[in-house]
Ligand binder design. Structure first.
Ligand code: AHG
Ligand code: MN
Ligand code: MN
Length: 346
């Protein structure tokens, strides 16, 4: 039997860099630093049941949510790795109210900033259900010196790379630098991420819808109409679609990316901008989905064209297979039209 050559993530990054003759290797190096921290987080996630890492720190994060120990641990690992990287001048993390500016000599003049959700799906930590990390890399706007807020407040189409790690039955890293999407599975026996999902494309017609329907009473009618549409029996369009909702965006997104589907976290009467954060949850996932042939919208506009005003800004999101995103937008536009005809303001 001929063994297929295994391509490790490091080899892949080097090959990808060769495609850009003027690349200096800084982005490659930054990606490797993120991956290194992800391995440390993975190790901790795997033994979460064995050591006293479960439970809460007793404090809340900037959004008033309970912070679990693993969130803090993950935040620290990524920040430490990025601080010493020399390629990153600052980080915006879900777990920190302000961005962190690195002041050592090399970091101060580094080209990139990183926005990160160090631990996504934290309510699933202590029940051994998949959780993740989401990251977005931007080129800073300022040239040198300590980074400033405007370095982070950039629209998603300016991202130079984005990715996520799923700590699941296996640990996977999926990322893009704007030239397609590739997935790597961690082989724990050698401690390397190996190319397992080259050039991922999301099916145009999905069969899965993911939404926390318990908030139905808080959603716009158009969103509920789309959900009802998903449930209708119709052979021609393969309906009813399946409902799948894990409660870890990374895991829900990953499944839908591979199988075809739509993930939704809409606006609610109680949360007009939904729950998920633009800079380190929605933008990176939007970059990945578009690179995989799908779409991401807030219902009003393309996620990656939103011009951020705040570090922890939230946005409604509908993300996934093209046809499904088109369909929900159709319902949203219809509702707006009916609203304007009836003189109802939105
Ligand atoms: P985080 O753990 O980073 O706060 O993110 C949790 C998010 C996201 O992963 C998930 O899709 C969503 O919260 C679930 O929220 P609901 O429980 O409101 O459905
Ligand atoms: Mn999250
Ligand atoms: Mn988080």
């Amino acid at each position: 039997m001929i063994n297929k050559k295994v391509v490790t993530l490091n080899e892949f990054i080097i090959e990808e860099q060769k495609g850009f003759p003027y690349a200096t290797g800084e982005l490659s190096s930054l990606l490797r630093d993120i991956v290194f921290a992800a391995k440390l987080v993975n190790r901790e996630v795997n033994k979460a049941g064995l050591v006293d890492i479960l439970g809460t720190t007793g404090s809340s994060n900037v959004h008033g949510e309970e912070v679990k120990k693993l969130d803090v641990f993950a935040h620290e690992q990524f920040v430490n790795s990025l601080r010493t990287s020399g390629e990153c001048c600052g980080v915006a993390s879900e777990e920190s109210p302000d961005f962190l500016s690195f002041d050592n000599e090399r970091a101060k003049n580094a080209k990139y900033v990183v926005c990160i959700d160090p631990l996504d799906g934290s309510s699933n930590i202590d029940v051994n259900v998949s959780i993740g990390t989401i990251f977005s890399i931007l080129e800073r706007k300022t040239i040198s010196g300590p980074c400033v807020l405007e370095d982070f407040l950039q629209a998603g189409f300016r991202q130079v790379a984005a990715g996520y790690v799923v700590y699941g039955a296996a640990t996977l890293l999926v990322y893009t630098t704007g030239d397609g999407v590739n997935g790597f599975t961690l082989d724990p026996s050698i401690g390397e991420f190996c190319l397992s999902h080259p050039d991922i494309k999301i099916p145009e017609k999905g069969k899965i819808y993911s939404i926390n329907e318990s908030y139905r009473a808080r959603f716009a009618d158009s969103v509920n109409q789309f959900v009802d549409y998903c449930k209708v029996e119709d052979k021609a369009s393969n309906r009813p679609y399946s409902c799948r909702y894990i409660g870890s965006m990374v895991a829900d997104f990953h499944r839908n990316l591979l199988k075809g589907g739509i993930f939704m976290y809409p606006a609610m009467s109680t949360h007009p901008n939904g729950k998920l954060r633009l800079l380190y949850e929605c933008n990176p996932m939007a970059f990945i989905i578009e690179q995989a042939g799908g779409l991401a919208t807030s219902g009003e506009q393309r996620i990656m064209e939103i011009s951020p005003q705040e570090l922890h800004q939230r946005t409604p999101i509908f993300i996934g297979s093209k046809e499904m995103v088109y369909k929900v937008v159709e319902y949203i536009n219809q509702e707006k039209l009916v609203g304007s005809v009836n003189g109802v303001s939105h």
